[in-house]
Design a protein. Structure first.
Lengths: 221, 221
């Protein structure tokens, strides 16, 4: 049975992270749109799949996984063979490579994500709820994010991507939040340092991401 | 060569979960204390090990790794057959459920715990005032999430199934410190959550660690 992806249809947020993995790995999937505006993610039925009432989640022949970073690892581990595009995660028996990958994944989840989320909430989400962006607070959040990206620049002077020398899920984890910044005129992803700029351009010029930005998320079958 | 742990003796934060995995897996290690009040974590020497200038990090016979959750995964992958079994299973679906639970810890648990900890401990220790409204809001959000944990833990004994895994263990990173500050987040939660928290927070290795602090062990001990 074809894998089902439940989530939002945009090239933004956690559903987009999973969609990019599915495209990179050539995994066929059926996209099931969950309309957040109508509270479709909070129904009793939906919470049978995702008890926290969030998106995305997947259903793989009856096996349900939620949390985009867990879904991504599951898909990459399941489809590790050569017919499914780039590996995107070192095999668990390559213990040190896998550890460097997990180090990068933790950096994204613990250092990058909370910082970029504050910027996104202040700049984009507040106006959506009729509130005004606090420009002083926003400047502070951008400065915090820039500090994180300065360390990224140091890391990326020693390894090509954030999970090691190969493009991986760790880099993909950044597309749920990073690309939106430029839309608000916030250019930290390319202005903080030359290594971050080189890395970020590599990530967002992947054909899978270009396709998602152009077409949104759609069933592949 | 014995694994080096750069950390401090006090059992808190990332150091706590790494020290617990070392104990559970009976892995010998040497403790190299990094003194935070004198900014030993910001020396050029330490920044080479840990570009974000934090603790813990490890040097395993020349292999340097930071991010406590990555270190924990690495130690489990490297020593699958010794000490406590099943902390980080290798089966595809089993591992996916551990990663799902680990992601929940980062998304739905620790941000609120850290907000409370910051207001009640970090800010006063730097002469700043606690914002009680922030504390109340963070606790309200945390309790809503723990209501979902109650549902999950009504179906399985632990977060990723019926065995204790890293998904449960990671919750010991910061939450015990709230009890130290006199904040009880558990005794008014549901029976499943209370059962689970009592189980994981009274594991013999954890009790020993909290009583004695991080204590290096070597093969000669």
């Amino acid at each position: 049975m074809v894998l089902k992806l439940y989530g939002t249809p945009y090239a933004f947020g956690a559903t987009a992270v999973v969609a990019m993995v599915l495209l990179e790995k050539h995994i066929p999937f059926e996209f099931v749109l969950v309309d957040l505006k109508t509270g479709a993610h909070k129904t009793r039925e939906f919470r049978e799949r995702h008890p926290f009432g969030n998106v995305p989640c997947i259903e793989d022949d009856g096996f349900i996984v939620y949390e985009s970073r867990a879904i991504a690892r599951y898909l990459a581990d399941k489809y590790a063979d050569q017919d499914h595009g780039p590996r995107l995660i070192p095999v668990p028996t390559k213990v040190q490579e896998r550890a460097v990958f997990e180090q990068g994944a933790s950096v994204e989840n613990v250092n990058f994500f909370p910082s970029v989320l504050k910027v996104i909430q202040e700049k984009f989400e507040k106006p959506l709820h009729g509130e005004t962006t606090d420009e002083v607070a926003l400047a502070g959040y951008i400065a915090e994010l820039s500090k994180v990206l300065s360390v990224y620049d140091d890391i990326l002077s020693k390894q090509r991507f954030m999970g090691g020398d190969e493009f991986s899920l760790v880099d993909i984890f950044h597309v749920g939040t990073g690309p939106g910044l430029a839309l608000g005129g916030i250019d930290v992803m390319i202005s903080t340092g030359p290594n971050v700029a080189r890395w970020w351009n590599d990530v967002i010029s992947r054909p899978s991401w270009v396709k998602l930005q152009a077409e949104g998320i759609k069933s592949s079958v | 060569m014995v694994l080096k742990l750069y950390a401090r003796k006090f059992v808190s934060g990332g150091t706590a979960i790494v020290a617990l995995v070392l104990a559970e897996k009976q892995i010998p290690f040497e403790l190299i204390e990094i003194d935070l009040p004198t900014n030993q974590n910001k020396t050029p020497e330490h920044l080479v090990r840990h570009p974000f200038g934090q603790i813990p990090c490890i040097d395993d016979d020349g292999f340097v790794l930071y991010e406590s959750r990555a270190i924990c995964r690495y130690l489990c992958d490297k020593y699958p057959d010794q000490g406590t079994q099943g902390l980080y299973p290798t089966g595809l679906k089993e591992r996916a459920l551990v990663e799902q639970g680990a992601s929940v810890e980062l998304t739905d648990f620790i941000p609120y715990v850290l907000q409370v900890f910051r207001e009640l401990y970090l800010k006063p220790s730097h002469g700043q005032q606690t914002d009680q409204a922030v504390v109340d809001q963070a606790l309200a959000e945390l309790y809503k999430k723990l209501d979902v944990y109650e549902v999950i833990l009504g179906k399985t004994k632990y977060l990723a199934g019926d065995e204790f895994t890293l998904a449960d263990l990671f919750h010991l990173l910061a939450a015990p410190r709230l009890a130290d500050l006199g904040v009880d987040i558990w005794s008014e939660r549901g029976p499943n959550v209370q059962r689970w928290w009592k189980d994981i927070s009274t594991r013999p290795a954890w009790l020993k660690l909290r009583a004695e602090g991080v204590t290096e062990t070597t093969t000669t001990n």
